[in-house]
Write a protein that binds this ligand. Sequence first.
Ligand code: SAH
Length: 260
Amino acid sequence: MIADESSTPGRVVLVGAGPGAADLLTLRAARAVAAADVVVHDGLVGADVMAMVPAGARLVSVAKRRDRHTMQQADIGALLVAEAQAGHMVVRLKGGDPFIFGRGGEEVEACNAAGVSVEVIPGVSSALGAAAAAHMPLTHRDHASIVSFVAGECRGLADQNWVGLAGKGRTLVIYMGVTGSERIAEKLMGDGLAPDTPIAIVERATLPDMRVLRSLLADLGGTVARAAVKSPALIIVGDVATLGTDAVTQIAKAQPCPVN
Ligand code: SAH
């Protein structure tokens, strides 16, 4: 649908695209994608989700890589604002949930600062997708009643205070931790966490080639190296990491979402 620039003000919708499988989009997200004039998307958005973008919509990739930022965050905000001010319905499609390590907050601020209407549609964050797909509950009355999400990026890792987030009765989910896994294990053990604390790595959660690897904290870096784990993957630390299944055969091929 092409906006009538004389009467329809443009707007921005931040859409959580979930962890990969297209049928994990919310109905609201699927409807927003179906109505988009312009779709600004990350690298993490799965191919099946991208296939839901209407043929007439313009696609703009702002995929980030650890070593190469194709577009600075401020430029992404400016792009969203400019497209909306041109009268377009702009869908900003983000992996997982826009407000969990998704920089959605900064994009909402950019829209508000420019007086552009903005809506946020939540998505299934990868921690929740991974837990469900691997049958690994993040809380469980016998194992954990506290769950924390942290960013394990190498940059700034030393400055982060994770004390008390992992250990007995607690689950720690580490996003963006694959590259720094060795240092993450050292950091947690340095904070007093037992080397034999269970860990799990869930790679490509909810996708047909998802892998679940289990080990102990002291062997986190070794497991990542031996199994050649690649991003995107989550590290889950705590007793719940012993639960669930390693089988991935139950993951159905994603079905197109009903949008009406
Ligand atoms: N907003 C996203 C997170 C973006 S940060 C969300 O809510 O999930 C990027 C990190 O998310 C990756 O480094 C990885 O740790 C995690 N991630 C995203 N998709 C994933 C998937 N399908 N499987 C495992 N981890 C995933």
